[in-house]
Design a binder for this molecule. Structure first.
Ligand code: CTP
Length: 401
């Protein structure tokens, strides 16, 4: 793939060198187009050496090759990282006073901006308006992360991890220019497995890795959605452009999902919440008894989050998706159990995994059948969790339309 990496003049330019490495190591052909200000942070030799190509900021270098038109026209993907407030303003207004801004006007491929700036600049009405304009034209503007900024200050405006921007950019490129069909939508995804504590060090848990939920969150961000990911005990890196809320127990997961669902167009419950919790949590570590006897653990049922949000819809037209990990037995097949669960839970779509072989947990792959209220079941053959995520969002987008 031919990638243009635009770099504008912010301190995160040094992290863009790492982003460049991700693209080149994956075999992509990258042309780096820095602004003059970007070269104040990271010099042209770094970009030239890492990309294997000459680097210019202006439209006058090698003018016989008409670079201000050729670079944009030939691109399969343009990623501007970091995108400063100034660069976003220029792009939103169609200014073209250097090679990067000219390239943005001539590119007809997916365009991704990864803004990084101080919180005040990101939140300024001018930047908000520029971001909205760019999104309305089909560009993906990645929500900056929250955390440490240049100085001692923290807040929203941080450049997401380069590896995560790379993963997101690949999904955006694969979707093509018609990709951002969830722009303007807020979606909530839950992921991971909850922990129900017995004492300060012990818990009841399950094998969910969170991978399918994280793939869903990334896929939604690639389609332009504002994404809230409620993650229970997941150790994966935060996906770029996604607001991640970390929780441990089913009760915490329920509270965060219900709160986020209040403003959501869609909620996908990919988490594995424990159905039961110990009735009491010991404040001190539970000790072995001298006589070798073990006290029984009594359990109390947890709230069923999917059932609750499906039966008490926060918003009209909200689409709710559940997952069902099932095994067949003498009382019915995987699909028999799934259909009964679909009716009980009251959601709009149910993604059914056959876990008889135990292959789903922690694996990068998944296969599923998606049940809906109106259409025939959709069979998704074995493939990546990202591919399944895209099919799920296709179904959700269809119901939202
Ligand atoms: N779920 C939930 N709250 C719970 C348990 C499950 O919201 N306390 C959601 C899961 O996120 C998933 C769906 O319900 O989307 C189905 O989960 P599953 O564990 O298969 O269903 P259970 O209701 O626990 O049914 P079972 O009796 O088969 O365990």
């Amino acid at each position: 793939m031919r990638v243009v990496l635009g770099v504008s003049g912010g301190i995160a330019a040094y992290k863009a060198a790492s982003l460049l490495r991700h693209f080149t190591e994956a075999g992509h052909d990258v042309s780096v187009v820095p602004t003059a200000a970007a070269l104040e942070f990271v010099g042209a030799p770094t970009w030239a050496a890492l990309s294997g190509k000459p680097v210019a900021t202006d439209v006058w270098t090698d003018v016989h090759q008409v670079p201000h038109v050729r670079i944009g026209q030939g691109a399969d993907l343009v990623v501007v990282a970091p995108a400063t407030a100034d660069l976003l303003a220029k792009a939103a207004h169609g200014l073209a006073d250097d090679l990067l801004t000219n390239t943005l006007l001539t590119a007809r491929c997916p365009v991704v901006f990864a803004p990084a700036m101080h919180t005040e600049m990101w939140e300024h009405a001018a930047t908000r308006a520029n971001v909205a304009t760019l999104r309305s034209r089909g560009a993906i503007v990645i929500e900056p992360a929250e955390g440490r900024l240049t100085g001692a200050d923290t807040g929203k405006g941080r450049f997401p991890e380069p590896a995560e921007i790379f993963e997101l950019a690949l999904e955006i490129a694969a979707l093509g220019v018609r990709g951002p069909d969830l722009t303007g939508r807020h979606v909530v995804v839950s992921a991971g497995g909850t922990r129900e504590y017995l004492d300060p060090v012990r818990f009841l848990g399950n094998r969910s890795s969170g991978r399918q939920g994280y793939a869903l969150a990334r896929a939604a961000a690639a389609r332009g959605a504002q994404v809230t990911l409620v993650a229970a005990n997941v150790t994966l890196a935060d996906p770029a452009g996604v607001k991640v809320v970390h929780v441990e127990t089913t009760a915490q997961l329920r509270d965060e999902v219900v709160t986020a669902a209040g403003s959501a167009d869609a909620v996908v419950m990919a988490a594995a919440p424990a159905d039961f919790r110990p009735t009491s949590v010991s404040a001190a570590k539970i000790k072995k008894a001298d006589d070798g006897t073990a006290a029984p653990i009594t359990l109390t049922q947890n709230p069923d989050i999917l059932h609750e949000i499906s039966h008490q819809r926060a918003r009209a037209g909200q689409v709710i998706v559940g997952f069902a990990a099932e095994t067949g037995d003498d009382t019915g097949s995987v699909l028999d159990h799934a259909r009964a669960k679909f009716d009980r839970k009251g959601c709009d779509l149910l993604v059914v995994n056959d876990v008889s072989a135990g292959a789903v947990f922690g694996s990068p792959d998944n296969e599923a059948v998606i049940l809906s209220r109106t259409d025939d079941p959709v069979e998704v053959p074995r493939g990546s969790k990202s591919a399944l995520a895209q099919v799920i969002w296709d179904q959700v987008a269809g119901l939202l339309a």
